[in-house]
Design a protein around this ligand. Sequence first.
Ligand code: EPS
Length: 379
Amino acid sequence: MLRYWTAGESHGKAMLAIIDGFPAGLEIDAGLIDDELRRRQGGYGRGGRQRIETDRVEILSGIWRNTTLGSPIALQVVNRDFKLERMEDLDRPRPGHGDLTGAIKFLGPIRAVLERASARETTMRVAAGALARQLLVAFGIRAIGYVVELGGVPLAPQSGTLDDHLRLREQSIVYSLDPSRDDEIKRMIDDARKQGDTLGGIVEVRVEGLPFGLGTHAQWDRKLDGRLAQAVMAVQAIKGVEIGLGFEAARRPGSQVHDPIQYDPAQQNGPTLGYVRPTNNAGGLEAGMTNGQPLVVRAAMKPISTLAKPLESINLSTKEPESAAYERSDVCAVSAASVIVENVVAFEVARALVEKFGNDSVLEMKARWDLFSEMARKR
Ligand code: EPS
């Protein structure tokens, strides 16, 4: 099984990830991991911390001569803002953060909880995902994440190819596919900053080139839709996950939801095997399995809970009402969330890929992929 864990506190020495079950024989480009880390640090609305950090991955194990060994891969990103030993505790929990609940649950300081609850940890989810997507690319599978709504303003994805979308996203300061709206969005984020407020939004991830049959209908904890929902929902500040039409499907009759099945022999060598669908309302998943269509996942991010103009809270020492604590933070991290969700989704897809085609070596996976494609075309 391909899986990973992370470790590290926001202002501790370093952030770490251990990736276990990664197949042997894949050439890895660490620069591609750094590219994703850099993107995660960007997007208009980030705070002072990102001017301190320049996240770069160090590969500590599992890779030899740029090639995976099949043994656990350890990744590290050093925190430049390493100051945990000198940091004070907080006494006024911030509504929306884990401060109050964590301090009570662990019977300890708020600092002990917030350091790990911090979205700094997503550095390593991105690093693990950016590694896993190199495996996907070896099979012609590509993912893209972008912002589709910010502060309540829709930024509708334009039609076009994945490469068109990559170019548009590159131009946008908030990683949307509609850079013409950037000025308006920038003003909105600036206003929120002036008012000591924060903004949330919605991000979308699209994965193309997926074969039929990743995931399974057969058991609840192996259904790919379920796994994606768990992985995405577990990203800091995410409050909702949708696949394909998502909640909108509940509002329409079945005839306007389900994607008709057609056959086009000209496409039988592509991921659809010729079974084309005029719509993709299912978002690439039926019964927890990929159906040859692009995977489409959306996630809703709440506004960051650290407010420069703090909300009402209680001083835990005196139990008297006081404003919540304020620590340096971001005004809007929805762009960063698009990078995080993109890489988290990529990891889950890679996990499902090795479950179907094996995780000993990339060579064996490729042979099994080819055999399956041939057999599936004849089905
Ligand atoms: C965060 C608070 C801020 C953010 C941080 C998440 O950190 P600091 O307290 O050091 O200013 O910048 O996010 C990151 C450091 C990051 O790399 O994304 C929080 O409380 O969740």
